[in-house]
Design a protein around this ligand. Structure first.
Ligand SMILES: Cc1ncc(COP(=O)(O)O)c(C=O)c1O
Length: 419
């Protein structure tokens, strides 16, 4: 039987080296646990970058996948299918109350596949709305985004990243798409000043993450999201919240914007929507923004978006998130987990700790220097986590994690970190 080393060697030989994975091979998974081919067991504290909220191979989601696979899997949007409508109705019913719809125009969605595609879709809709509804002069629309953002990997999106070495790859993916203006994250006054400098009549949208996940779980100052809402409303600028990583309970509320009771104009969703088994993403916004006067047949699409298999899986994932109160669980367990991390940080650690931060079950330890070796030590003791930007380790276990499992994780983290 091939060993972990054989699989790692094969990846190295046949896959471009666009990742630098932790040297572990996962060949089986259930709930919060994953297993390598040698039978070693690990607690998953990354959850496929927050995609495994419901836990690996949730039996109800796998059943939904199997049942749908026996009926019909892919039709393309050239025809209707009997799953997309029920899925999007459920999605709009659940997400709609979290979306700003001042005219009660109704909630609508566009289903896509990956998070990156949801962001691209949101940007296209935002620009189209800007020209058609806000009457921005042709080709002059601006969208404001934040420093240290991570919204995906297409050329447009990497073009407005500020991660020079990895995401922008020192300009080797250029030239990039114009029309984007970068401002610091967490400062609402700068947003307002930038809108005024650019001319409010030319600004279509502001795209942001309510917590910057890939940047190292950057939590903005309290009140930031509320102030953004007020500014966007004042200047008729669309507030686009990328909740691809923070959405569906990860931070202890259904959406991270809920912590400040704020409704953005558009939510960009992905990851956990697919129940950890299938790529499903979507934008959810209002009819005023994405209705037939803005998006017309042929103007946007995806062969796989809204396919019956994706719809069946996402519907089940939505049900589990709501019925099992995963947001509430994330709030409770996350509060307990982060308190434990703070206690560990107060001890004499092998690497100096700069900060512990996070919300719900999206947490991070920032060290003063490179922490990759800590990640490998955690792996050797049975915890899978991943460094972001080398000095920060993110902890984001499935939201179904129990208190006993959190206690076990804290024991291991303490054994690795404390002298
Ligand atoms: C906030 C955010 N937006 C977008 C993306 C891109 O999603 P995907 O990798 O599914 O394309 C990610 C992925 O980590 C993300 O964290």
């Amino acid at each position: 039987m091939p060993s972990s080393k054989d699989f790692i060697d094969m990846d190295h030989e046949y896959c471009a080296h666009n990742y630098h994975p932790i040297p572990v091979v996962i060949s089986k998974a259930e709930g919060v646990w994953v297993y390598d081919p040698e039978g070693n067991k690990y607690l998953d504290c990354l959850s496929a970058y927050s995609s495994q909220n419901t836990g690996h191979c949730h039996p109800e989601i796998i059943n939904a996948l199997k049942e749908q696979a026996d009926k019909v899997t892919l039709t393309s949007r050239a025809f209707h299918n009997d799953m997309m409508g029920p899925f999007l109705k459920k999605l709009c019913d659940i997400v709609g109350p979290h979306v700003n719809d001042p005219n009660n125009s109704g909630i609508m969605s566009i289903p896509m596949n990956t998070g990156t595609e949801a962001v691209e879709t949101g940007l296209k809709v935002c620009r189209a709305w800007g020209y058609i509804k806000k009457k921005i002069p042709k080709d002059e629309a601006k969208i404001i985004i934040c420093r240290n953002n991570f919204h995906g990997r297409t050329i447009t999106i990497v073009g407005f990243s500020t991660d020079i070495s990895a995401v922008r790859y020192y300009g080797n993916f250029g030239p990039y798409t114009p029309g984007f203006v970068i401002i610091p994250y967490g400062d609402a006054d700068i947003l307002e000043n930038t809108i005024l400098e650019l001319g409010p009549e030319k600004v279509a949208g502001f795209l942001f993450e309510p917590i910057q996940g890939e940047a190292g779980v950057n939590v903005p100052p309290e009140g930031y999201v509320k102030k953004i809402r007020e500014i966007c409303t004042k200047y008729n600028v669309l507030m686009l919240a990328d909740e691809i990583q923070t959405g569906f309970g990860r931070t202890g509320e259904l959406f991270a914007c809920d912590h400040e009771n704020v409704k953005p104009d558009m939510l960009l969703l992905g990851k956990a929507l697919g129940g950890g088994v299938y790529p499903v993403s979507a934008i959810v916004t209002t009819k005023d923004i994405v209705g037939p006067d803005v998006i017309k047949p042929g103007t946007h699409g995806s062969t796989f978006g809204g396919n019956p298999l994706a719809s069946a899986v996402a519907m089940k994932s939505l049900d589990i998130h709501i019925d099992d109160h995963l947001a509430e669980r994330a709030k409770r367990r996350g509060g307990y987990f982060i308190e434990g991390l703070r206690k560990i940080a107060s001890k004499n650690t092998i690497l100096p700790i700069k900060e512990i931060r996070g919300k719900g079950l999206l947490m991070a330890i920032e060290f003063t220097t490179d922490a990759r070796h800590i990640v490998e030590m955690l792996k050797d003791k049975g915890i899978l986590a991943k460094d972001t930007h080398s000095t920060t380790i993110r902890f984001a276990p499935p939201l179904i994690i129990t208190k006993e499992q959190v206690d076990w994780a804290l024991q291991i983290i303490e054994a690795v970190l404390v002298k």
